[in-house]
Design a protein around this ligand. Structure first.
Ligand code: C5P
Length: 223
């Protein structure tokens, strides 16, 4: 392995959706192929980092040479992240975590009833990246993602602040954009800065984002 700009640095990345069981057959999830998170894991490994990829259920193979953990639920992802946080330099939350889970998943398959309406009680899941950013083992750089259908900059900057992040990568979704696609385009925001990454294959975008993260890391550490 060639030394790179992130040699000796531990990078933890979450990717993919989480599945929240309604019963043994059905679940609630977000649309996420995991492609962006897996591309980031590869790009970080290429830059020399010691990468841990914590992934929800996706149909992708993990890049070689990294530590790989597969989880299903937001709670499992939270537990896996927290137990791998020690000595982490960069955390990238790329997963599309389900904000809510069914409060009381059924142990056996729910049967169809004759009623037209059915309601499901949901309970809030932990916000993983917020927990990482406020942890006693906070990585030096915490980078989030924001998939937005509208008002991208406003919501992204709000999340940057509210979640206590160092950087946020926002992408426009809806109308066939981003989800499951091989290309992506990102608007990156940090305190006092902004950069647009124009549409390109996800691996190229990932490499550019890793370069930007490395620059921010050095900027933060040269003060
Ligand atoms: O609030 P929203 O879900 O849009 O924020 C997206 C960012 O927060 C992503 O980085 C995502 O991985 C992270 N997130 C999380 N835990 C949650 C919800 C979102 O880490 N429960």
């Amino acid at each position: 392995i060639q030394p790179g700009p992130l040699t000796g640095k531990k990078v933890v990345i979450t990717a993919g959706p989480t599945y929240e069981a309604i019963d043994p057959v059905r679940f609630i999830a977000n649309r996420s192929s995991g492609k962006m998170g897996y591309a980031l894991a590869q790009a970080a490994a290429e830059a020399g980092a010691d990468v841990t990829l914590i992934s929800g259920p996706v149909a992708l193979t993990a890049p070689i040479g990294i530590t790989f953990l597969k989880v299903e639920t937001a709670q499992q992802m939270y537990d896996a992240v927290m137990s791998h946080l020690a000595q982490t330099t960069v955390f990238i939350g790329c997963a599309a975590v389900a904000d809510y889970r069914p409060a009381d998943p059924a142990p056996t398959k729910l049967k169809k009833s004759a009623k037209d309406d059915l309601s499901l009680q949901l309970r809030l899941n932990p916000d993983i990246i917020t927990a990482v950013a406020s942890s006693g083992e906070r990585p030096e750089l915490v980078v989030g993602f924001a998939a937005e259908t509208d008002d991208l900059q406003h919501y992204a900057q709000q999340k940057l602040q509210h979640k206590g992040l160092d950087m946020i990568a926002a992408n426009q979704v809806g109308d066939g954009l981003a989800f499951g696609q091989d290309n992506n385009a990102l608007e990156i925001f940090w305190e006092g800065g902004h950069k647009s990454l124009l549409e390109a294959p996800k691996l190229e975008i990932a490499r550019e984002l890793i370069t930007l993260i490395t620059e921010r890391y050095h900027a933060k550490n040269s003060i």
